[in-house]
Design a binder for this molecule. Structure first.
Ligand code: AQP
Length: 332
């Protein structure tokens, strides 16, 4: 709680161009909390460097991610929007929490296993302790609710365990956060390989629809999406993962449920269905894209938002950090 409001925290890494997975699984749902909760939405640049980044790209994407937050409906007057590295308490608390996190716990994290396999030449310690930094992000703001995609559920569980362990070792210090997984977005899968998550760092551009893709690229990507040799538009994730993934995307963009979608495309082939998916996606993203273009032309405004956000976030974060240091026994 902060004042009389419960707290929401979430973040997105500026590690690539944001995808419709990031949009449907996370950002699109953030705005719904702004009235009822005190919301902190962070551009998590410290997390992004667990994978090697080109400096100029990282800097540009930090602005882009912030602009996308706003373009997707997050009003900086109602939400604290900030950049993680502008609030030193994240890195500091992360070190402290490292000492309350077990090696075995981190070894079990599936994201670590996946990313180590993907980046075998750079399995750095940051990749391993990533979930501890994520726990610090969340716990610093005494967060009640964390809206994330289902892929982050395991990290969130760990954050809860770390909070509980610290509270038990000393006395209640952290709110133990709950996750909020959007009922529709869940996990958007790659268009080229529906068995794996759609990821912004995927090297196959056709597998991923970016929020900023122009309409013709969106239509083309949906047209070439992997389906199956059947022709029926039917929701059956195990049997028809490609079509089911497209149905989830169509459902998220149109609000229609799976039964309605099956009826709508009964007796029609995949071609019609894929075109409808592409159209629905492009139509929904068009207003986000034009607002984004307007914001990116006003860098001074984005810098103002970052500065104000960092001040608000620093104020709250420092309070928690000094409480933690006292409990541990540091002279402060
Ligand atoms: N495919 C997805 N479906 C649903 N939700 C997703 N999210 C990411 N991909 C999907 C959610 O987006 C938020 C921000 O993710 P992130 O930037 O912190 O990192 P990530 O989960 O590792 O996302 P990516 O796109 O896969 O990035 P890279 O390729 O850099 O690793 C999170 O809430 C996440 O759940």
């Amino acid at each position: 709680m902060l004042g009389d409001k419960k707290v929401v925290f979430s973040g997105v890494q500026p590690s690539g161009n944001l995808t419709i997975g990031n949009y449907l699984g996370a950002i699109k749902n953030f705005g719904a909390f702004s009235e009822e909760y005190k919301c902190f939405y962070c551009v998590v640049d410290l997390h992004a460097i667990t994978v090697r980044q080109v400096p100029a790209d990282l800097r540009r994407r930090t602005y882009e991610t912030l602009a996308l937050y706003i373009a997707c409906g997050l009003d900086p007057e109602k939400n604290t929007l900030f950049v993680q590295s502008h609030v030193p308490a994240h890195a500091e608390l992360s070190w402290l929490l490292n000492c309350y996190t077990m090696f075995g716990e981190l070894s079990r994290m599936t994201q670590f296993k996946d990313k180590s396999a993907k980046h075998a030449d750079n399995i750095n310690a940051g990749l391993f302790t990533y979930p501890v930094l994520m726990a610090a992000d969340i716990l610093l703001y005494q967060t009640d609710l964390v809206p994330v995609g289902v892929d982050q559920k395991q990290h969130l569980e760990l954050a809860r365990d770390i909070a509980g362990r610290f509270n038990q070792a000393y006395s209640p210090t952290f709110v133990v956060p709950e996750g909020y997984i959007a009922p529709t977005g869940m996990k958007i899968m790659s268009l080229a390989n529906p068995e794996s998550k759609m990821s912004k760092s995927d090297v196959n551009q056709n597998a991923v629809v970016y929020i900023l893709d122009p309409k013709d690229a969106i239509l083309k990507k949906f047209k070439s999406a992997v389906t199956d040799s059947d022709t029926a538009v039917r929701y059956a994730p195990a049997e028809k993962p490609g079509v089911s993934n497209l149905m989830t995307i169509y459902r998220c963009f149109t609000g229609k449920d799976y039964d309605a979608i099956e009826k709508e495309f009964e007796g029609r082939g995949y071609g019609d269905f894929k075109l409808a998916c592409g159209e629905a996606c492009a139509d929904a993203l068009a207003p986000v894209q034009s607002e984004y273009a307007r914001l990116m032309a006003d860098k001074a405004y984005l810098e103002e938002v970052m500065k104000k956000g960092a001040e608000e976030a620093n104020y709250c974060a420092r309070k928690t950090l000094s409480k933690v240091k006292k409990k541990i026994g540091f002279v402060i």
